[in-house]
Design a protein around this ligand. Structure first.
Ligand code: CDP
Ligand code: MG
Length: 768
């Protein structure tokens, strides 16, 4: 109990002191010059230098002169041979023909909704139209346009494209911890998350003249959230313009949300991909078509056919998820044509790959080599792989859903929506005519839902609620009730309850000190919590690996045909009933091997993914920078710090982060079973090191994630002892020890652990 108190005190005091010394919280007001080009960053604000003359007239004169310069620059580019060529191309896009109508609508309305077919030039052209017209009317210096993209890869590739269309002038991008922007950036492409973080320090988006939210039909959580915040902001900033864009959208829904906003539709492009359909409506062919299993053989056959008989051009294959991609890739690599690097360049693209690797898909292959990209739905929107001529669409995507009643996330492959199918088809024939093979029959397509369910209705809301609190936006439920489509009340309550249990919110739903730190770490709160404690207890090295490992796809590979070998390889890393510690060991082994240039061999032998290892490596650095920025580690510390080899401590920090993800270990004669309070009996994923054990000499397992598939499965678990749970399970923020013990008491009573329950009773008595 004394120790618990001390830990509690230490954490509370430590964080409190830190938060006082480092003035990094959103309520700090920034002093700014009144000139307006301030650009979005999450590392602070980029400001114009202070003006020498303070009078308004002098300032206006400087802006005017700068605007004239911009106009001259623009004309010079437009008159250059390259610029003329670019303009020629741009004029061929359907969006260009609507330029005047679009600009008029934007000048007359505060909110404009623009829809048009994929490839008609919304993303690349509309921001440029605005920029150009501002520059032309000599207001360029005061203009600052932000265009959000749902994903890092699209923000980067779109900005690259637009920069090349503009002779590299004025265009920049910003994604988490990466970006190119400068003093003369007037058009910034960023992820939606970056804009939300900017709103943290600058509620009124001062200096921003236009906000463009792209791919709005995807209905990502961040985009829905952003719309609520901006809707609030619009009356305070009457000159700010909001433009919503999407390929195919429920324009009326958005329009009525913004009080009948103006809708513009760009007429259909002439150049849509041919639509070749595979599969047919006849019964015979349906009976041999298995909806639960995407036919790898069919894909192989089609790819082979394209390679042998079709005209040149890259192939983009939409797959369900990473596991499918990697098994298909393995299969194709052993094919005489498809696996031959002199004929085929086989690439994969997946959300958790490092961005440098994702960018490979844009490279042109050598002459005579056909590029085949196996991808998930991250390539569905926004990005253009110029040489894609053929699209193969399996019709499925892994979609998360959330069962609020049981407070359990589910991850299941499910059919995509018609909108997604259209987007996928649109990836072919962007710059030349293309073809799309649907690997499902027409009747299945007809049964697809029109739109996908918005993310806000199908994911746990913890991170979102934390963000709402950090923006000081009144009560969480009231705020969310103003969303385009509000989430279930129960889902909101679950999220608030969770944040209270982990100590990010106090009983009045206000951010605690820990909570405020968590808002500075853009990751799931539980992972942020581990980092915070890892920093305080000087054991960051392994904790960074754990957190990075949980943020990328599983680095332990289990190829279908070598499952046993792979599991055996993983189990050599485990000695102590923890998937997380096994990962730490695997990573450290890889690091050692890398030093001898044997990283690939090491991964190959141990069934580890090289890409994941590299991603972990770069994420560790990113997270370390974030901790430095948050003031949690001193700027001169290195990652390797003092207590990194204290295994018990590391286990405790993991427990601190993952609680209340807790299951009790129930031993029976030959083996053990697991129970959680909400679900009763649960199972371990077969690739967990704990799944191979017959006994676990610990009473508890903390786990990272539980997912309902057919039964409830736990992913990534670590065994912990009673005392670790008592000391580290719970919030530990100042003053909350009572609530923490009460919660834990609930668990103990539920699982009837007499010895520890007694210990707990003693603590309670002492506390009372
Ligand atoms: O946003 P939307 O789908 O309407 O189209 P976009 O991304 O603005 O692209 C318009 C056109 O620009 C495409 O059809 C391509 O021809 C071209 N483009 C390109 O060549 N390379 C890129 N990276 C992006 C676009
Ligand atoms: Mg687009």
């Amino acid at each position: 109990f004394g120790l618990q108190r001390r830990v509690d005190y230490y954490l509370g005091e430590y964080l409190f002191q830190k938060s006082k010394t480092k003035e990094r919280f959103p309520d700090i007001s920034f002093s700014r010059s009144s000139s307006s080009s301030i650009l979005a960053t999450d590392e602070g604000l980029f400001e114009q230098p202070k003006l020498p003359a303070s009078s308004k007239a002098a300032m206006e004169k400087i802006l005017w002169q700068r605007s004239l310069q911009l106009r001259d620059q623009q004309h010079a580019w437009q008159d250059s041979p390259e610029g003329r060529k670019m303009l020629e191309f741009r004029k061929s896009l359907p969006a260009y023909k609507e330029k005047d109508a679009i600009l008029t609508a934007i000048s007359q309305n505060q909110v404009v909704i623009i829809s048009g077919e994929t490839g008609c030039g919304k993303t690349t052209q509309i921001p440029q139209f605005i920029l150009e017209s501002e520059i032309e009317s000599v207001q360029g210096a005061g203009c600052s346009i932000i265009c959000t993209q749902p994903r890092r890869i699209s923000a980067m590739s779109v900005s690259e494209r637009v920069a090349s269309e503009r002779g590299r002038n004025w265009v920049g991008y910003k994604v988490r911890l990466e970006g190119i922007k400068g003093r003369d950036t007037h058009l910034l492409f960023c992820t939606t998350g970056i804009l939300l973080r900017r709103l943290l320090v600058d509620r009124n988006l001062k200096g921003i003249t236009h906000v463009i939210v792209d791919e709005i039909h995807e209905r990502g959580m961040n985009e829905d959230f952003l719309l609520i915040v901006i809707k609030d902001l619009l009356p305070r900033r009457p000159e700010l313009r909001l433009i919503l864009m999407s390929a195919t959208l429920d324009a009326e829904l958005f329009s009525s949300y913004f009080g009948g906003a103006r809708i513009l539709r760009i007429p259909e492009a002439l150049r849509a991909a041919d639509f070749k359909e595979y599969g047919s409506q006849t019964r015979e062919s349906l009976s041999c078509w298995n909806p639960d299993c995407i036919g790898f053989n069919l894909i192989e056959y089609l790819l082979c056919n394209i390679c042998e008989n079709e005209r040149p051009g890259a192939v983009l294959v939409f797959m369900t998820g990473w596991d499918d991609i990697s098994s298909l890739k393995d299969k194709l690599l052993s094919h005489p044509i498809l696996g031959d690097p002199s004929q085929v360049l086989l690439l994969a693209c997946h959300g958790s790959m490092a961005s440098s690797e994702q960018r490979l898909i844009f490279d042109e292959p050598k002459d005579g080599v056909r590029k085949i990209v196996l991808a998930t739905n991250i390539t569905e929107t926004s990005i253009t792989i110029n040489d894609v001529v053929f699209v193969l669409d399996c019709g499925k995507a892994k979609e998360t859903s959330y069962d609020a009643l049981n407070n359990t996330p589910c991850l299941l492959p499910s059919w995509i929506s018609k909108v997604s199918a259209q987007q996928r088809r649109g990836r072919a024939g962007r710059v030349q005519p293309g073809e799309c093979y649907h690997l499902y029959p027409r009747c299945v397509y007809e049964a697809f839902a029109e739109y996908q369910l918005p993310e806000i209705l199908r994911t746990p809301l913890q991170s979102l609620c934390l963000q709402i609190k950090s923006l000081k936006l009144r009560s969480i439920s009231e705020f969310l009730s103003r969303a385009l489509q509000s989430p279930e009340l129960l889902a909101v309550q679950n999220a608030i309850e969770y944040l209270k249990i982990i100590g990010a919110l106090d009983e009045n739903e206000n951010l605690t000190v820990l909570g405020r730190y968590l808002t500075m770490l853009p990751m799931e709160p539980k992972l942020g919590k581990m980092l915070v404690l890892g920093a305080i207890f000087n054991c960051l090295d392994p904790i960074l690996t754990v957190v990075a490992g949980l943020s990328v796809r599983d680095p332990f590979l289990t190829p279908m045909d070598k499952k046993d070998l792979a599991e055996a390889a993983k189990s050599q890393f485990s000695r102590d009933y923890s998937d997380h510690l096994a990962l730490v060991r695997a990573y450290e082994g890889w690091k050692d091997a890398e030093r001898d240039f044997a990283g690939y061999d090491y991964c190959w032998k141990n069934f580890l993914s090289v890409q994941s290892m590299k991603a972990i490596d770069s994420l560790r650095k990113e997270f370390f920078t974030l901790l430095k920025d948050a003031g949690l580690v001193d700027s001169n510390t290195t990652i390797c710090n003092a207590w990194s080899h204290e295994e018990h401590l590391i286990r405790s920090v993991i427990c601190y982060g993952l609680y209340p993800g807790l299951s009790s270990v129930v031993h029976n004669e030959k083996s053990f079973s697991l129970k959680t309070m909400e679900d009763g009996q649960v199972l371990l994923y077969s690739n967990s090191v704990n799944a191979r054990e017959s006994k676990i000499p610990y009473p508890w397992l903390v786990f990272n994630e539980k997912i309902k598939v057919n039964a409830v499965f736990l992913r990534d678990s670590t065994a912990v002892s009673d005392s670790v749970l008592l000391l580290f399970g719970g919030s530990m923020s100042k003053g909350d020890i009572d609530g923490h013990l009460k919660m834990l008491g609930g668990y103990l009573e539920f699982f009837m652990k007499p010895a520890i329950a007694e210990m707990y009773q003693t603590l309670r008595r002492e506390l009372d």
